[in-house]
Design a binder for this molecule. Structure first.
Ligand code: APR
Length: 242
């Protein structure tokens, strides 16, 4: 931890790369945890596809609305707050997240790069017109676009879809330029997002991983801090900047 804290303290440019594990302690299940309750019988990997939405827009819309309502009820945890602390200490910090929740923003992070979109940016599946996210309570059926009558879809990236080009370019650029990349709470299984820590490593950046479990990023990481993000990250930030 001391070595990682020193790298973080000395860094000019920092990238904080996060996955579902950073929101786990806010009560948001990670992507590969078994679905709970109403959705237990569905496999997330099956629902998060264009085919599933085409086959049953209301089912897929309803699943994302269930997730969005859970995020609205949740609060950022100490890990999200620690990420915002890093941004306050280091002006040259960029948050790149695979998460579609808004917990980084609600913890004070400015403009995180969302590689996989957001639960709060629905759009028409036909003409791509932006659609205001529904209110506090989840809606049951996919709304229909006023302009072209197509169903409105969640603004997230599904398996088989391209990532938003601007977000991916920005993520690669900041990873290439950074001195330190923190990879927090990601299984490192899904590409091209999983490439981001490798870009930092190859261009001479130090990679610090925070995860309670081993991941394919273990070998590439200069330091593996085994533990929960809401415990390890605040301790690291405290050690680096106090
Ligand atoms: N603190 C830190 N990490 C945690 C915690 C925690 N409290 N709890 C779990 N983790 C770790 C798990 O060990 C796992 O490595 O978080 C990771 C979650 O992995 P995934 O569920 O695969 O989530 P993620 O890596 O974000 O998935 C990437 O894949 O399914 C697609 O689009 C989806 O954005 C998602 C992407």
């Amino acid at each position: 931890m001391d070595e990682a804290a020193e790298w973080l303290r000395q860094a000019r440019r920092v990238v904080v790369f996060t996955g579902a594990g950073v929101s786990a302690e806010s009560g948001i299940p990670t992507f590969r945890e078994a679905q709970t309750g109403l959705w237990a019988r569905y496999d997330a990997q099956q629902l998060a596809t264009p085919e599933a939405f085409a086959a049953d827009p209301d089912l897929v819309w309803g699943w994302y609305e269930w997730r969005r309502a859970a995020v609205v009820r949740a609060s950022p945890n100490a890990a999200h707050v620690a990420v915002a602390d890093i941004e306050r200490h280091k002006a040259g910090t960029t948050v790149v997240t695979q998460n579609v929740d808004d917990l980084h923003e609600r913890a004070g992070s400015r403009e995180p790069v969302h590689l996989h979109g957001s639960l709060f940016a629905p759009r028409c599946a036909g003409c791509h017109a932006a659609f205001a996210p529904p209110g506090e309570l989840p809606t049951e059926a996919a709304p229909r676009c006023e302009l072209c009558a197509s169903p409105v879809r969640p603004g997230v990236v599904w398996f088989g879809e391209a990532l938003p080009a601007e977000a991916l370019e920005r993520a690669v650029q900041v990873a290439y330029e950074c001195d330190v990349l923190l990879t927090i709470g990601t299984s490192g299984l899904v590409y091209p997002a999983a490439e981001i820590p490798l870009v930092a490593k190859r261009s001479g950046g130090k990679v610090i991983q925070i995860n309670p479990a081993a991941t394919p990023l273990d070998e590439e990481s200069d330091v593996n801090l085994r533990g929960k993000a809401a415990e390890v990250l605040p301790a690291l930030v405290e050690r680096a900047f106090s």
